[in-house]
Design a protein around this ligand. Sequence first.
Ligand code: ADP
Length: 301
Amino acid sequence: MRIAILSRNPKLYSTRRLVEACEQREHDVQVLNTLKCYMDIASHRPSIHYKGVGLEPFDAVIPRIGASVTFYGAAVLRQFEMMGAYPLNESVAITRSRDKLRSLQILARAGIGLPLTGFANMPDDTKDLIRLVGGAPLVVKMLEGTQGKGVVLAETSKAAESLIDAFKGLHAHFLVQEYIKEAGGADIRCLVVGGKVVAAMKRQAQAGEFRSNLHRGGTASLLKLTPEERSTATRAAKKMGLNVSGVDLLRSNHGPVVMEVNSSPGLEGIETATGKDVAAMIIKFIEENAKSNRTRTRGKG
Ligand code: ADP
C-alpha cells in the first residue's frame, strides 16, 4: 500500500516507528510535513502539492498532528479524505477530540465515567462553581494546555477561589474538576486500536507532584486493567470516533473516570513500558480496514 504519514518531524520516535513498521510490512511509506502541504481547493479533482509537485494518490494516511497545528493539519487531512485516502483517524474525530469541552460533553452524553467537571469563562459566582464540583481540593485546567501545563491543584476553597479569579482575569476558557485524590498521583494510559486496548501503562507522578505526565518526571510501569477500565477505554474511543487513541483514566472511588482521549498518542512511553510493537498493530489495522472512500464523514460534519 501507499501510506502517507503527516508529521512535522520524521525524527520523532512515533514517526520513526511507524515508518519502520510500514517498511517491515513492505508498504511504500512517505513522511510529509503537514504544514508544507498545500492544496488545490477549487478544482473538481482535489489535489495536494508538496515540494512543487502534485502528490500521487495514497491508499492511507496516518495523521500525527500536534495540538498547535490542529487547524491546518485537519484541513490537510480533510483534503486527503476528499481524494479517497483512508485516514487512520478521521479529520472530524481529531478536531472533536482537540476540543476538551466538546469531548467531555460527548463522553458525558454517552454515560461514560468522568470526574465531576465544571466549565467556565467568566463565572459570576465563583463559590457556586466550586460547590458544583464538590468543593476543594479541586483541579483547575486551562483548556489549551498540554503535557500538564496549566493544570493546577487548589487544596483549599480559598486557594481555589483566588486561582479561579486569576483565570477569569486571563479571559481564557478553563475547567474546574473534582480532584481524584485516591488516584494517588497515578493515571492509566490505554492505547486503543480498532476497538481493543492493545497496551496499557500506569504513570506515577514524582513525589510531591500530582501530575503524572512523563514529561514532568512521571514514571511508567505495567498494570493489569480491570474489565471495567478496559470497557471504559474502548467505549470512550468509540464515542470519539477514533480508530487509534490514547485514553487517559484515573482510578476513582466511583470507578474509572476518563480524563482525556488523545488522537495522536505518543508511542515511545507505551512501547517502552509494555515491550509491545504498537506501531505494527497500527499498520496491521490499516491493512485490514483501509478501503478507498471508506471515511465515514469525508471531512463533512
Ligand atoms: P494534559 O492534557 O495537559 O496532560 P491532564 O488533564 O491530562 O493535562 O492532566 C495532567 C495530569 O494531572 C494527569 O495526567 C493526572 O496525573 C493529573 N490530573 C489531572 N486531572 C486530575 C484530577 N481531576 N484528579 C487527579 N489528578 C488529575
